[in-house]
Design a protein around this ligand. Structure first.
Ligand SMILES: [Cu+2]
Length: 358
């Protein structure tokens, strides 16, 4: 009897081990491309496909289709918001904007890779706000989020417009920010509620451009916000990008023309890493730190930026073709912060040249 019972036990144990191996083995063998869903302490959902990133701007996972936000980095690149413009009694311009904060949206930053973002007007970065020096900027700020938020602008303004101590409550709280645009340059704006790091890295930031009264020379203008994505909230970025979507401009090159002035407003919003940088291939650029001076401080192919450091880059390409631009901090470029300028031969310019020549 005893030996029979032992045999049955051994048989059951063997069957159990056998089934366990069969059940577990596929998991081990598929570990490289295993889908992972993270739920953080604050209830955020992060899902990854575990596949190599090859981003194309589409929503590929049906269950997220309805809740994911729309963001097109190519559209963002050259989209400037001048607000509703009217004239004040003293003859100066008033520019009115409405900015709505939210903190429960999901963004597919790469196929199968989802990130809970907090947004100004539904995108990361928020809209690029643009005014001329001396204009009155009036922003109706509405906080539709579940947490407190504010808008803090870098620049010159009264203390009560600084967006630090005047916390705007959740669920529809409102505040009117009003100040004179200045100084000339490129500045970030971001939420300034504690814990600040979280409110920034989730996406509550954008760019504020103040144009000089005497306009800059005409150019093909664009905005690049250098940012990082900390997918698992361990205080380290897992992806890096220019304008949020890793590798986007490598897969969708930015088309520009030879012999045409290109002006890039670049703002570094990467947290956690002490520096970021930008290297341009096949060319050098004039660099204006913070965009506050009309004389460039450097003619270079490489700038290094700490948190919220920013500036204006100006350059022209002589030769057509494909040119990379990327972080020369190679870790960042390999994790998404890399793009391509596709420089088209500007035939019009050639015709003009030959016209002048004859
Ligand atoms: Cu906030």
């Amino acid at each position: 009897m005893k030996s029979n019972r032992s045999s049955v036990m051994i048989l059951l144990l063997s069957l159990f081990i056998g089934f366990s191996v069969i059940a577990l083995f596929p998991t081990f063998s598929n570990a490289q491309s295993e889908s992972k869903t993270f739920v953080t302490h604050s209830g955020s959902v992060i899902k990854t496909s575990g596949e190599i990133i090859d981003p194309v701007y589409t929503t590929t996972v049906p269950e997220y289709t309805e809740s994911t936000i729309e963001f097109d980095p190519m559209e963002y690149l050259r989209e400037f918001n001048y607000g509703n413009v009217s004239t004040l009694p003293d003859g100066s311009a008033l520019r009115e904007f409405t900015i709505i904060a939210d903190d429960d949206q999901i963004m597919e930053v790469s196929p199968g890779i989802f990130f809970n973002v907090w947004t100004f007007n539904g995108t990361v970065p928020g809209p690029t706000i643009r005014a001329t020096e001396g204009d009155t900027v009036r922003i109706k700020f509405i906080n539709n989020g579940s947490k407190e938020h504010t808008m803090h602008f870098h620049g010159i303004h009264p203390a009560e417009m600084d967006g630090v101590f005047e916390i705007v409550g959740s669920g529809g709280g409102q505040f009117i920010y009003e100040f004179e645009a200045g100084p000339v340059g490129v500045h970030p704006y971001h939420c300034h509620v504690m814990p600040l790091e979280e409110h920034i890295v989730r996406g509550l930031y954008g760019v504020f451009i103040v144009d000089p009264k005497e306009e800059r020379p005409p150019a093909d203008e664009m905005v690049m916000v250098l940012n990082g994505l900390d997918m698992d909230f361990d205080g380290e970025n897992n992806f890096y990008a220019a304008n949020t979507i890793p590798f986007y401009y490598q897969h969708h090159p930015i088309q520009i023309n030879t012999n045409e002035l290109i002006r890039v407003y670049v703002v570094n919003m990467v947290e956690f890493d002490p520096i970021n940088n930008l290297h341009l291939h096949g060319n050098l650029y004039n660099y204006y730190p913070t965009g506050t001076d009309i004389v460039p401080s450097a003619y270079t192919d490489m700038i290094t930026l700490s948190q919220t450091e920013r500036g204006i880059m100006e350059f022209e390409y002589d030769y057509p073709g494909k040119y990379l631009f990327h972080a020369h901090k190679v870790e960042f470029s390999e994790k998404g912060w890399v793009g391509v300028f596709l420089v088209n031969d500007n035939q019009d310019e050639n015709i003009q040249d030959s016209d002048y020549g004859s």
